[in-house]
Design a protein around this ligand. Structure first.
Ligand SMILES: C[S@@+](CC[C@H](N)C(=O)[O-])C[C@H]1O[C@@H](n2cnc3c(N)ncnc32)[C@H](O)[C@@H]1O
Length: 183
């Protein structure tokens, strides 16, 4: 949370908000005039997130996405766009289209914060990645349709300037955190 300076955010869009757990944590640290919009393609997730976030009143809205790569928001409306563990579910083409949309809905100094499963680079994490990719190729449903992705490589350098990049390994599974500012 600290890397993306959410405490100074005034408008946050979360792509793939799930049950709204991250939003609930974020709303505790942002200023009282910060608004949040969560998007998810799952009606179950949007219902759960709506329930969880109801205590924040009109400052939070959760929307059901139609699954298209077009984000239902106007240009330059947000200063932060966050997406946790969603890009590892998306096809490369869909992910690229969402990043174009992220660039459109963020304002000039907007911040993009992505977290995803990532390829392991050494030891156990490398073995886990190799096994994971094998299973994903054979039967993606066995790993929930998700596979490690290299977030940095999907960010076009003419659109994004990477401010922070970090990898964390837990039980052999690597996660990558990228914070980028809009160019
Ligand atoms: C692994 S969960 C992560 C949820 C949450 N971000 C978290 O970290 O707990 C992935 C979420 O992305 C949502 N999702 C997947 N594809 C999506 C899409 N194309 N548009 C919007 N949400 C999507 C799923 O419904 C699910 O809630």
């Amino acid at each position: 949370m600290g890397l993306a300076a959410f405490h100074s955010a005034k408008s946050i869009l979360e792509f793939g908000c799930g049950t709204g757990a991250f939003a609930d944590r974020i709303m505790r640290v942002v200023s009282p005039d910060c608004r949040y919009v969560g998007l998810d393609v799952s009606p179950v997730m949007t219902r759960l997130a709506t329930q969880r976030l109801s205590k924040w009143g009109e400052r939070t809205i959760v929307k059901l996405s139609d699954g298209s790569a077009r984000l239902p928001e106007r240009d330059g409306q947000f200063d932060h766009l966050v997406s946790n563990y969603v890009f590892d579910l998306l096809s490369p083409e869909y992910a690229a289209a969402i990043l174009v949309e992220a660039h459109r809905v963020l304002n000039e100094r907007g911040t993009l914060c992505l977290v995803s499963s990532a390829p392991g680079m050494s030891g156990l994490s490398r073995v886990v990645t190799a096994l994971w990719e094998r299973v994903w190729t054979y039967k993606p449903a066995l790993v929930g349709g998700c596979r490690p992705v290299d977030l940095q490589s999907v960010l076009a350098s003419d659109q994004w300037s990477i401010e922070h990049h970090k990898t964390v390994v837990s039980f052999g599974i690597t996660s990558e955190i990228v914070v980028a500012s809009r160019r």
